[in-house]
Structure formats: structure tokens, C-alpha cells
Design a protein around this ligand. Structure first.
Ligand code: ADP
Ligand code: ZN
Length: 218
């Protein structure tokens, strides 16, 4: 399966991507994680991305297209993948379609996570991430067993600098301007399925599993 998760920051895309990835053994490609990893390892692309990310702005399309096109060529993507955080602009969506058609592949599912703004803000401000493995927690909704320690790898949890209130506002505005138009783009390709991003993670995962099951037996 080739899947795109589309929706505002805080919609729960990363959490669902982790669940799908674990269940089906498909790679979870989070462009945000790739960039944060590049920053941590002081890679040139990380240095370039950092200033944009800190302000909650988008990293330029050329940079992102290159990262994703290279990643999709790796052999673990042959049987499918989950894209989380990409595409985020029309230019990226066009580039992705082009790159996939060159290798005779296409996107099958685009899930649009419809999410209310109060929930987004509550989720982002309580979100904590593992420094080491990028697992996502929430101080109230999904706490780790021990405070600030990752259940999976014992790494330290931290709050992303862009999850601060002022930056969240900027990210939501940019989402509305640049990413929301993709709903229409994928609707026209009859690939879009709207799901309720306000649901608790386990509930939404059940919904996704039902959709996969229904589609496969068609
Ligand atoms: P969220 O979905 O919670 O906003 P991500 O981890 O997906 O967070 O992205 C964090 C930041 O990384 C974005 O605000 C942006 O600066 C950058 N980024 C990630 N993916 C892309 C992309 N496809 N295009 C441009 N910038 C991106
Ligand atoms: Zn971890």
C-alpha cells in the first residue's frame, strides 16, 4: 500500500503512521523526522532547514522533493510506504506523482485528518518526542511510563521548539494557505478519504483498518 497522511499539524498523522507501519511492516516516512535527524547530525541539509523549521515555515520545495525522491528509491519502499508530512504544497504533490510514475507506482490512499483547532492546540502543546527514536507521546493523552523517558528505547523526551504557542499559530496559517489545497488535488484523483482526526488514536486506527479491509476486498 502507498499511503499519504494529510492534515494539519497535531492531527495525529505521526501516531497513525507509527501504528500502520508496525502492523503492516511498511516504512513510515516522516519528512519532519528526516529533517530533525539531519539537524541533530549537523548535515548541510539540516542547517538549511533549521531556520525555516524554527519559525514554523516550510522548507523549500526543491530541498524536500530531493529528500523524498531519494528515500522512495530505497528498497524498503518497494512494497509500499506511509508518507507523513509530505507532500505539503501543490508543487510537491506534482513532483511526487511524477517521481512515482517514473517507477510505475502510484498513491492508493490519501487520508485527510479532519481535526478541530482546540484539539490541535491541546495536542501540540502537550506533545513530547523521543530524541533518539522519534516516538511521539502526550503528557496527558499518551504519557510515557516514566516521565520524560521513552518506553521504546529509554531515550530522553523533549518538546519540539516549534510546538510553542506562537509558532503553532504560524504553522496552522501556513497549513491553511499551502497544504489545504491538496485536499482538492487528491479529491479530483478520487483518492481522498476523510477521517475524523479528533478521535482517540486507537479508535482512529480501527477506522483505518476497516477502510483498508474494505478496499482490498473490492
Ligand atoms: P507537523 O506535522 O507537526 O507540523 P512535521 O514534523 O511534519 O510537523 O514538520 C515540522 C517542520 O518541518 C515543518 O514545520 C516544516 O518546517 C518542515 N517540513 C516537514 N516536511 C516538510 C515538507 N514536506 N515541506 C516543507 N517543509 C517541511
Ligand atoms: Zn525512543
Amino acid at each position: 500500500m502507498r499511503i499519504i497522511l494529510l492534515g494539519p499539524p497535531g492531527a495525529g498523522k505521526g501516531t497513525q503512521a507509527q501504528l500502520i507501519s508496525k502492523r503492516f511492516g511498511m516504512p513510515h516516512i516522516s519528512t519532519g523526522d528526516i529533517l530533525r535527524e539531519a539537524i541533530k547530525n549537523k548535515k548541510p541539509v539540516g542547517l538549511k532547514a533549521k531556520t525555516y523549521m524554527e519559525k514554523g515555515e516550510l522548507v523549500p520545495d526543491e530541498v524536500m522533493n530531493k529528500i523524498v525522491t531519494l528515500r522512495l528509491k530505497e528498497s524498503d519502499c518497494d512494497m509500499g510506504f506511509i508518507l507523513d508530512g509530505y507532500p505539503r504544497t501543490k508543487t510537491q504533490a506534482l513532483k511526487l506523482d511524477e517521481a512515482l510514475s517514473q517507477i510505475r507506482q502510484k498513491i492508493e490512499f490519501v487520508f485527510y485528518f479532519e481535526t478541530s483547532s482546540e484539539i490541535i492546540i491541546e495536542r501540540l502543546s502537550g506533545r513530547r518526542i523521543c530524541k533518539n527514536c522519534h516516538a511521539v507521546y502526550h503528557i496527558k493523552n499518551m504519557p510515557s511510563r516514566h516521565a520524560n523517558v521513552c518506553d521504546k528505547c529509554a531515550g530522553t523526551l523533549y518538546q519540539r521548539p516549534d510546538d510553542k504557542k506562537e509558532t503553532i499559530k504560524n504553522r496552522l496559517e501556513i497549513y491553511t494557505q499551502q497544504t489545504k489545497p491538496l485536499i482538492d488535488y487528491y479529491q479530483k484523483q478520487s483518492k481522498l478519504t476523510k477521517v475524523n482526526g479528533d478521535l482517540a488514536a486507537e479508535k482512529l486506527f480501527e477506522v483505518l483498518l476497516e477502510i483498508f479491509a474494505g478496499r482490498k476486498s473490492e
